[in-house]
Write a protein that binds this ligand. Structure first.
Ligand code: BGC
Length: 418
């Protein structure tokens, strides 16, 4: 082989190896900007982020695409894989172990313990966490509240008074979409508000069918139904980005949604604290309903291991954590940042989460508590209950208990040492 051809071969392999195919579900304005920030940082390292974004809030479509790509031998190099489902992928040997990176970078001390544990399977680190989202967030329009002489509600009695006043003034009190995952996201927040973090976790970790007949679960379901009267009628089915745009236009006074919504409102040009503000959802002040975004590196042949490790290292670094999370609406997964660098909503999220496991509650809908099958089954029941007023709360409790019985031993209850 001539020297020219050898050289050409080398260049081709080297440049092919410099591209990482990244599968994720960030397609809204802020999500795109946040992903571009990560891609820009990779570019500085000489790595091209080839984007494989699959639209669909909460990753409903992305997960299906990932599975089919892996099964047909076209796995991406990097995938947004989050929560306990990492166990399944890790145990099948599909994920690159990042132990050397984790060791060099001191990840186990730098990350919040819950987050360090989340990315470990059978004692190995298999993913890099990028951001910590808080789901129990209530956004409100501060100017409107001042005009109406209202204070943001700290408990449900205040919420009801505020909502009634707003409605009398011709303002829709609460934004909401009837998309199933968005309804279920509201429900899990209400569940946490009723039960507190300890019982919420018991429901999902022990999965005892009888626990789901608890009056607190009943009250959360009742609250979900009663909140409907404060929403636009009929509750429109629309993507969360659309809800964000509508809220930004002032179509509703309050909105309960994970704090990726804050990222979106900021990207739409709104000022936090002046044009929108956030507080914890009533009854959840001291608690943190969390979802952690993580990227796993797919093992596939180890041909891109160097680039994958560089990416992992870069994503967890302090400067990128601060820059990315500011846009995304989440907060750094690290304990060693200065919370003064965060805005008021972010600071409250980060500081609350820092208080430790007792106040942390894993999101069901956003894949922190169960596997896909259980999550989807719960979402389907909650959606049916929300859209059909004929379904009794007790009937839903019975169905949720049945789901627990049927899927008791599936992922989510940790099978493997972290
Ligand atoms: C993810 C967020 C994402 C949101 C909306 C959540 O499950 O954790 O990163 O912005 O879904 O798609």
């Amino acid at each position: 082989m001539g020297a020219g051809l050898l050289c050409l071969l080398w260049i081709t392999t080297a440049s092919a190896a410099q591209t990482l195919d990244v599968l994720h579900w960030w397609t809204s304005l802020s999500e795109r900007q946040a992903a571009n920030t990560l891609a820009g940082a990779l570019q500085d390292e000489g790595i091209v982020w080839r984007d494989a974004a699959i639209p669909g809030g909460a990753g409903i479509g992305a997960f299906k695409v990932l599975k089919s790509r892996v099964l047909s031998g076209r796995a991406p190099d990097v995938a947004q894989l989050i929560g306990p489902t990492l166990d399944d992928w890790g145990e099948l040997g599909l994920l690159l172990e990042l132990d050397d990176v984790a060791m060099d970078e001191g990840w186990s001390a730098a990350f919040f313990p819950t987050i360090a544990a989340l990315v470990r399977v059978q004692g190995h680190t298999v993913a890099v966490p990028v951001g910590l989202h808080r789901i129990n967030t209530l956004y409100y329009q501060p100017k409107l509240f001042v005009e109406q002489g209202l204070r943001p509600p700290r408990n449900w009695a205040e919420f009801e008074r505020v909502a009634a006043r707003l409605q009398r003034a011709g303002i829709t009190p609460l934004a909401q979409s009837s998309e199933p995952w968005q309804v279920a996201t509201l429900f899990e927040t209400l569940l946490l508000a009723e039960t507190g973090a300890a019982y919420y976790k018991q429901l999902l970790q022990l999965r005892r069918p009888d626990d789901w007949f608890d009056p607190r679960v009943f009250r959360a379901l009742e609250r979900l139904r009663s909140l409907k009267r404060w929403m636009a009628q009929p509750v429109p089915q629309r993507g969360w980005e659309e809800v964000a745009r509508s809220f930004a236009r002032g179509d509703a006074a309050m909105w309960i949604m994970g704090d990726w919504a804050r990222g979106e409102l900021l990207s739409l040009g709104l000022d936090v604290d002046r044009e929108f503000a956030c507080i914890a959802v009533p009854g959840t002040g001291g608690a943190h309903l969390y979802s952690v975004d993580t990227f796993a590196m797919m093992a596939g042949g180890y041909g891109k291991q160097r680039e994958q490790e560089t990416m992992a290292r870069s994503l967890a670094s302090v400067p990128l954590q601060l820059a990315y999370n500011r846009i995304k609406g989440s907060v750094p997964v690290r304990r060693d940042i200065d919370p003064a660098a965060l805005d008021s909503c972010g600071r409250d999220s980060w500081q609350t989460f820092s208080r430790g496991a007792a106040v942390q509650a894993p999101s069901i809908v956003h894949r922190m508590a169960t596997d896909e099958a259980m999550k989807d089954a719960i979402i389907a029941q909650i959606y049916r209950y929300f859209t059909d007023d004929q379904v009794a709360a007790t009937e839903v409790q019975r169905r949720l208990a049945t789901i627990m019985r049927a899927l008791q031993n599936d992922t989510g209850v940790r099978r493997t040492p972290r």
